[in-house]
Design a protein around this ligand. Structure first.
Ligand code: ASP
Length: 332
């Protein structure tokens, strides 16, 4: 910020925060209905915190998030962040996959400037819509020099989460995001931010990942473990072109013996297989109940299955020994 207010660019991707319903008390609504100009006009108070400029990246429910939007969004953030007349970036998004997009950006952005994502659980047309205050708080955090160097942050319901830690825990409640293992980065109340700690794990300028020259990301599928599981879905994923598989295992990344045998057989043929968990919190440790060394598997450490998939896709952009992939799960 040379003089005056911080200059913040708002990149809108859609979601409930840009949704609309025909009734203010009906659960039925559609994501991604209103554009970025409407978002900015709906919260004029945010314009007192920063000079805002809006751009529309997409207008989709985040259940439809895809690689094309990811790559475009990441490149645009990198471009804007490199400009001397941009002090910070806010990305509006749906809540369904914000944790994946935040983690992806956290790994591929090359900036220490604040990049803050926000979302809402209720559309702007609802009674007690949560989007306007979330947006105001996100702008306040992006305009705050204290947010710099902390990687991609997600501001929602007065809390500031790190991209690697947050996860959606309720399908409908406004208080849906928690950062169970790594904890909150800070809080923000009506624009007043307090930062408690930095994020754990490498990110942004310290990340070894880059999108330079990348046009597609390798396919990685997630398969949930369950009672009586066999290896059919694992083989089907490989047949569909998966280069990596993440198992959302039971407990500490476990699965039935037949599933484990199929997974290990695929791993020995070159598919990278990561054991994560379907449990809400907790680490998946290497060589605990499963002998990863012998079976040729990787343990996800504290990444849930959806974030393990993001890290594995980036890891598979170049050939790496399994020990290196396991290192990534410890460091990011
Ligand atoms: N399905 C919506 C989305 O992720 C939900 C939300 O934004 O809260 O876009």
């Amino acid at each position: 910020m040379a003089h005056g207010k911080p200059r913040i660019v708002v990149l809108a991707t859609g979601g409930t925060i840009a949704g609309a319903a025909t009734s203010d008390v009906h659960a039925r609504y559609t994501s991604g209905q209103v554009g970025v100009a409407h978002l900015l006009a709906a919260v004029p108070q945010a314009g007192e915190l920063a000079a805002l400029h809006g751009e529309q990246i997409s207008n989709i429910g985040s259940q439809d998030m895809n690689d094309e939007v990811w790559l475009r969004l990441a490149r645009r953030v990198n471009e804007l962040a490199a400009q001397s007349d941009v002090d910070g970036i806010v990305v509006t998004h749906g809540t369904d996959t914000i944790e994946e997009t935040a983690y992806f950006l956290n790994l591929v952005l090359k900036t220490a400037k604040p990049v803050v994502m926000t979302a809402s659980m209720r559309p702007p047309t609802a009674l007690s819509a949560d989007g306007p205050l979330n947006f105001y708080n996100a702008v306040a955090v992006a305009a705050n020099a204290g947010a710099a160097g902390r990687g991609v942050l997600v501001v929602i319901n007065d809390w500031i989460h790190g991209a690697s830690s947050l996860t959606k825990t309720s399908t409908t409640a406004v208080q849906t995001f928690l950062s169970p293992l790594r904890g909150l980065i800070g809080t923000v109340a009506y624009g007043n931010a307090e930062f408690y700690r930095g994020p754990v794990g490498r990110h942004t300028v310290e990340s070894e990942f880059s999108l330079d020259g990348v046009t597609t990301l390798p396919r990685v599928d997630i398969i949930m473990a369950y009672e009586n599981m066999d290896g059919a879905l694992i083989d089907a994923a490989v047949a569909a072109g998966a280069k990596g598989i993440v198992i959302a295992g039971v407990g500490n990344g476990n699965m039935t013996a037949p599933a484990l045998a199929t997974l290990s057989a695929q791993a020995k043929k070159g598919i990278v297989a990561v054991r994560s968990t379907r449990v809400a919190t907790g680490l998946v440790g290497r060589n605990v109940e499963v002998n990863d060394d012998e079976l040729g598997l990787v343990a996800s450490d504290d990444l849930n299955a959806q974030k393990a998939r993001v890290l594995l896709r980036l890891a598979l952009l170049k050939p790496r020994p399994l020990t290196d992939i396991q290192r990534l799960f410890a460091e990011y």
